[in-house]
Ligand binder design. Structure first.
Ligand code: NAD
Length: 429
């Protein structure tokens, strides 16, 4: 049985990696000098508005009782209800959820979506649980969050280890508790339950759009480019498919089980089918399995970390052989590694822009649920393209004007929006 105290929190991270919340605080410190008179409000971003820790007890299929720790953090609510995913992973901690909620504040504001920032998680390994157990865990976690979430309060969505089914259970549990169907309480639901067409693919599609736009400005077309992707789940898997369809060569893939390299280009649809039936990438052929560390050394034009945070540390940043890093994951690059990449002339398209396609289509889903009027996939993809390209243009322009990296530019735009809202609303009482 997985006892949630016995999980090795840092098994996948370099011990030199700062905790995610420390990275977020440092990013806020870096943007503060650019905020003029609004900088007097930045302390508000260093203190999550609300933090909830819940016990999630469950009767397992063998009759034993297990307890898991769950979290929901609402980082800011100044611009609208909280919005952010729910992660089921054995390494989830409050510190990580706080950082992920903070990044949601920045992302939603950078894309000008009418939301604050929030995130949730339960520390468990979903692969060790039956569907029945996962359903009971999800329902109990949702009930424990009680009135904390809701279509006008805080709207969860999928993240690592959760999916459309998890969202359906969350929606049903919330609806049962309030006595009426409330589709808008979560996004990333099945299309048959008020989900949006295009939501499943949206984050990977956004990563692809961000890479394409960055490549354009650096004179590196996606067509013919070599790509390495860490994480072959929802984000990495869809992005890989779109890169391959656009004529790029996915030369390296890494998931929790293996790192695979094939200079001729990995057959992405076949790798997807393999993972769907085996649950992992290990054993897929053709291609050579390399050590996880060697994955970072494969020469590429685009490197896409799309798994977990804290993956690009200074030592790896010093050695990666790429031109553009496109952050599919949240928080994969530490501030110190950012500096190394910047010094080496490697462009970093930050998470708060690169992976914002998911929350953008979540916003479309929430709007469609309110009006009970649903758009076509073409409409969704066209609107997503417009918002992503618009956000990329504005962030690029600020980066050029001020001579700062794209991450700082995205934080400048986002913090200006969040802190102006904070100032205009005024402090209560
Ligand atoms: P997922 O669960 O679908 O896939 C995660 C992938 O990462 C899997 O392939 C898994 O094998 C791999 N992985 C896990 N541990 C690993 C390790 N130690 N080393 C290498 N690979 C490992 O999750 P996802 O939804 O694709 O999310 C991936 C990242 O993207 C996360 O950082 C998440 O916060 C971020 N993100 C997701 C969405 C979304 O809509 N799903 C939106 C924005 C950001």
């Amino acid at each position: 049985m997985i006892g949630n105290r016995s999980i090795d929190r840092l098994s996948y991270l370099d011990p030199a990696s700062p905790e995610p919340w420390a990275s977020f605080l440092e990013q806020i410190d870096r943007v503060t000098p650019h905020l003029g008179s609004l900088s007097r409000w930045t302390e508000t971003l260093k203190r999550p508005k609300r933090t909830m820790i819940v016990d999630v007890p469950v009767v397992r299929d063998d009759g034993t009782i297990a307890h898991y720790e769950g979290y929901r953090v609402q980082h800011t609510l100044s611009r609208g209800p909280g919005k952010g995913g729910v992660r089921f992973h054995p390494a989830v901690t409050l510190n990580e959820v706080m950082a992920l909620a903070g990044w949601m504040t920045i992302k939603n504001a950078a894309l000008n979506l009418p939301y604050g920032g929030a995130k949730g998680g339960v520390r468990l390994d979903p692969r060790q649980h039956s569907q029945g157990e996962l359903q009971r865990i999800t329902r109990r976690y949702t009930s424990e969050l009680g009135g904390f979430i809701g279509p006008a309060r805080d709207i969860p969505a999928p993240d690592i280890g959760t999916n459309e089914q998890t969202m359906a259970w969350m929606m049903d549990t919330y609806s049962m508790n309030v006595g009426g169907t409330a589709t808008g309480v979560v996004t990333g639901k099945p299309v048959s339950l008020g989900g949006s067409l295009g939501r499943h693919e949206a984050t990977g599609r956004g990563v692809f759009i961000a890479a394409r736009e960055a490549g354009r400005r650096r004179g590196i077309p996606v067509e013919g480019a070599r790509i390495a992707i860490q994480g072959f789940g929802n984000v990495g898997g869809i992005a890989a498919r779109l890169f391959a369809q656009a004529g790029a060569k996915v030369v390296a893939l890494q998931d929790h089980s293996a790192a695979l390299v094939d200079e001729a280009g990995i057959d992405v649809p076949k790798a997807g089918e393999y993972v769907a039936s085996h649950g992992h990438l290990a054993g897929f052929r053709p291609g050579a399995e390399v050590s996880p560390e060697n994955f970072w050394l494969v020469p590429t034009e685009f490197l896409v970390p799309a798994a977990l945070e804290g993956q690009l540390l200074p030592a790896r940043a010093q050695r990666v052989e790429t031109r553009i890093v496109v952050e599919g994951a949240n928080g994969p690059t530490t501030p110190a590694a950012d500096d190394v990449l910047n010094d080496r002339g490697i462009l970093v398209v930050p998470d708060v822009l690169a992976n914002a396609g998911g929350v953008t289509v979540s916003y479309f889903e929430w709007v469609q649920d309110f009006s009970s009027f649903f758009w076509t996939e073409e409409e969704i993809n066209a609107r997503l393209e417009r918002i992503m390209v618009g956000a990329f243009d504005s962030i690029w322009a600020v980066a050029q004007e001020r001579g700062v990296p794209l991450r700082t530019a995205a934080f400048i735009i986002a913090c200006q929006r969040v802190l102006s809202a904070r100032e205009q609303r005024g402090l209560y009482p």
